[in-house]
Write a protein that binds this ligand. Structure first.
Ligand SMILES: Cc1cc2nc3c(=O)[nH]c(=O)nc-3n(C[C@H](O)[C@H](O)[C@H](O)COP(=O)(O)O)c2cc1C
Length: 188
């Protein structure tokens, strides 16, 4: 099962175009698509945080407050579509990360306080496009990579990016096609 976490919002999103190509390269079926815009997840406030903590303590793993985490922890591969916004990614994705970061489901702590990942996935792809020349992406990809490796236990984390799309005179199609060539070489 592949989980496609889509934080794009624009109708003609270039990031979604690349991510959808990657998802169909990885699998024809068995894909769970999460359009975050349609999920209407809210950032955690004191009340929902408290309800979630009580659900964890009572082991109510089928609670809607824990279901997103259980799904994330159970899939084989993950594709995240995240346009480069404000040196990072859309808040929709940060809110989703809050929803999946459930202790006892996605990670646990060792006796000496270190996180141990509990996710089944071995591979996570982070697909992004940017307006400017974002050769590296420490606050978007770098953050998700750090979480994946140190908290979720996903060892293989890769970024596929098309950059410089909004620079005046850029050959947008050529840049996207070059990223698609990279995608077509990914081992399914
Ligand atoms: C809210 C917002 C913030 C953005 N911030 C940046 C930025 O910090 N740096 C950058 O190079 N491009 C930035 N861009 C441009 C986008 O990264 C670029 O247009 C990207 O291809 C959009 O992805 P999409 O086609 O999937 O929507 C921003 C665009 C939006 C809408």
């Amino acid at each position: 099962m592949i989980l496609f976490v889509d934080s794009t919002v624009r109708e003609d999103s270039r990031t979604r175009r690349l991510a959808e190509r990657l998802v169909s390269r990885l699998a024809d079926n068995d894909v769970r698509v999460l359009r975050l815009e349609d999920e209407h997840l809210r950032p955690f406030d004191a009340r929902t945080l408290d309800r979630r903590t009580r659900a964890i303590e009572a082991g109510r793993w089928n609670s809607p407050l824990l279901a997103k985490a259980a799904e994330f922890a159970s899939v084989d591969q993950i594709v995240v579509a995240a346009p480069f916004w404000d040196l990072s990614f859309p808040a929709l994705l940060k809110t989703y990360i809050e929803w999946i970061s459930v202790i006892g489901v996605v990670f646990r702590y060792s006796d000496d306080g270190r996180p141990i990942g509990l996710c089944r996935a071995r591979r996570l792809f982070y697909v992004s496009t940017s307006g400017g020349p974002a050769e590296t992406d420490p606050f978007g990809f770098g953050y998700v990579e750090a979480l994946a490796k140190s908290f979720w236990g996903i060892p293989d984390v890769r970024r596929i990016a098309a950059t410089g799309l909004d620079i005046v005179g850029a050959d947008v199609e050529a840049i996207l096609r070059s990223a698609e060539t990279e995608i077509d070489k990914v081992r399914p």
